[in-house]
Design a protein around this ligand. Structure first.
Ligand code: ZN
Length: 154
């Protein structure tokens, strides 16, 4: 099924390039209830995540900053994923995503609940890139936890 894999890879690359070029939820919210900054010194990615949490639900989210294509696309797709979800669902999403990008390349990871985030399964083959893909998630979790600390991938 080599051909299917190639097609998938191409589809994934297209989606990552698209979200890098036109990031969703990019910029700053008029007001937010939580925010955090994240740095990935290995690559130079820097981003800020802002959130509006009402009760236990993430009702709005935005990110800003600059980074490589993987980090920007990951943040863009993450904001789409978490908007409207409960904090618990976000935490579960992070765990699934983390499993997805850190699994052994030979391992079959099926994560239908992650939807479009599955495009990052290819990152497994590039350990340096895992930090780019997870930076936004670490930053988001740091914002939810209410810490003023800068999230670092190290
Ligand atoms: Zn990066």
């Amino acid at each position: 099924m080599e051909g299917v894999d190639d097609e998938l890879r191409e589809l994934y690359q297209t989606m990552i390039l698209d979200h890098n070029k036109n990031p969703r939820n990019f910029g700053h919210l008029d007001s937010h209830t939580a925010q955090a900054e994240g740095h990935n010194p290995l690559c130079g990615d820097e981003l800020t995540v802002e959130l509006v949490v009402e009760g236990d639900r993430v009702v709005d989210v935005a990110f800003a900053g600059s980074g490589c294509a993987i980090s920007t696309a990951s943040a863009s797709l993450m904001t789409e994923f978490v908007k409207g979800k409960t904090v618990k669902e976000v935490e579960e999403g992070f765990e699934r995503f983390h499993d997805l990008v850190t699994a052994a390349p030979s391992e079959d990871v099926d994560a239908p609940e992650l939807g479009k985030l599955a495009v990052f399964s290819g990152v497994r083959e590039f350990p340096m890139r895992v930090k780019c893909a997870t930076l936004c998630w670490h930053t988001l979790r740091s914002a939810i936890a209410g810490g003023d600390e800068v999230a670092k991938t190290e």
